[in-house]
Write a protein that binds this ligand. Sequence first.
Ligand SMILES: Cc1cc2nc3c(=O)[nH]c(=O)nc-3n(C[C@H](O)[C@H](O)[C@H](O)COP(=O)(O)OP(=O)(O)OC[C@H]3O[C@@H](n4cnc5c(N)ncnc54)[C@H](O)[C@@H]3O)c2cc1C
Length: 404
Amino acid sequence: MTQRILVIGAGFAGTWSALASARLLDMAGRTDVEIVLVAPEPHLHIRPRLYEKNPGGMKAPLQKLFDTVGVQFIQGRVAHIDVEHRMVTIADIDADAPHGAISYDRLVLAAGSRLFSPPIPGLQAHAFNVDQIADAMALEAHLADLASRPASPGRNTVVVAGAGFTGIETAAEMPSRLREILGENTDVRVVMVERNDAVGPDLGPGPRPIITQALTELGVTWKLGSGVASVDERGVTLENGERIDADTVIWTAGARANTLTAQIPAERDAFGRLLVDANLKVLGLDEVYATGDCARAATDDAGNPTMMACQHAISLGRSAGHNVAADLLGEAPIPYHQPKYVTCLDLGPWGAVYTEGWDRQVVLTGAQAKKLKSEINSVWIYPPSDATRAQALASADPRQAVVA
Ligand SMILES: Cc1cc2nc3c(=O)[nH]c(=O)nc-3n(C[C@H](O)[C@H](O)[C@H](O)COP(=O)(O)OP(=O)(O)OC[C@H]3O[C@@H](n4cnc5c(N)ncnc54)[C@H](O)[C@@H]3O)c2cc1C
């Protein structure tokens, strides 16, 4: 009887999970296991590039790749997971009404993450973000529209809420984007607002001098130690009462795992990620694997946990896909192990900074690091959309390293 691996999500983790399962089935010569992937569309959204221009084009096609390796794609949005009965309910992309159900023998939850939006007054109504393609397109349309507004300090000001990884990359991009839209000689202002006492609070002291130098040279300023208290059409008010007039507010502070993780009866971390073992099986469950931004795994023997990042999502995907298939076939799993950790932070026209290790030792800066960042963002993290079957399967080998 045919058994089924069901993968939820066609992001970095889901795509590479499906490919890695297909690879092991191919190597084992097994045709009695089917791989089904459910997602809203057969495209990989390149979320790490959504702070760049033209976000509408930041996606890569997947249908041909899935056909090439024999992954069945179902278009839809998973609404409900019934772990007890091994069933998943699928809804239309834009509606909550269920339109189908599908059973599984093994489940891989790879539904990613979403920007965390706390209940700050006015945030939902007035702030933009770069979390999903539609969000980034709304920001781009708004920025273009600024040119039609009368000149004012607020029109010329962008507030970026959050000075973490995404906040810094977004802010570094903004001065040149604003000048392109409003005129090269316009006095533009880009301000990062960060509740913590440092720029890049989670990036540590290693790359900070480079980051602050780059932001300063780009004309970005920052306000530390006070978060955003409220947002309105004309700007933000900080927790310390300070007012910043800005027609554009971009919220970047934090991500949470997809809410589907809450439907799995298992332990989750503070970000909503499911705790998984070394084979990426959810702790306490026999038939459910979690991967990418939905999973919290140890990357190394010291226990450094995975980050919500492509670097980990791609490797986690390959491991989950391999191990879920190995589980069904009775083959040995390959435990997830990714001791090398790097970061490559885009600093707009200034360049980038590349670090290695969990203490983020700076290895490359400026144009050299930018070259690496461009390669990561435009080549390395893209799926092998036009690959042959052999190339596509080889790309999912769980033993290869990923840098992103
Ligand atoms: C602006 C920005 C910049 C970033 N920069 C970097 C960077 O420089 N380096 C880095 O490593 N990482 C970066 N990241 C993080 C990185 O994008 C994520 O860690 C990565 O996308 C996680 O991959 P994933 O496959 O787990 O989830 P996702 O890429 O979020 O994919 C989730 C998939 O699940 C699907 N899905 C969601 N809900 C459902 C449902 N109910 N039913 C079915 N399918 C569903 C989605 O449509 C999607 O196909 C950045 C993220 C953002 C937003």
